[in-house]
Design a protein. Structure first.
Length: 52
C-alpha cells in the first residue's frame, strides 16, 4: 500500500514540487497513516500527467 502511494504521488503533477515531496516523505516515514492521508486528501490535489 505504501509503495503504491509513493508511486502514485511520483506520477502526479501537484501545484508545487514541495507538496509532491511532502506526500512522498509522509508515505515513507509514516507508512500506514501517511498512505491513508494521501489517498483521502492528497490524491485529489494532484493531476495525472498527460501520457502522449
Amino acid at each position: 500500500m505504501s509503495l503504491f502511494a509513493i508511486w502514485d504521488a511520483f506520477k502526479r503533477d501537484f501545484p508545487t514540487s514541495m507538496e509532491k515531496v511532502g506526500w512522498i516523505q509522509i508515505s515513507i516515514f509514516i507508512p500506514f497513516l501517511g498512505c491513508l492521508a494521501y489517498f483521502l486528501l492528497g490524491r485529489r490535489r494532484g493531476k495525472k500527467y498527460d501520457e502522449a
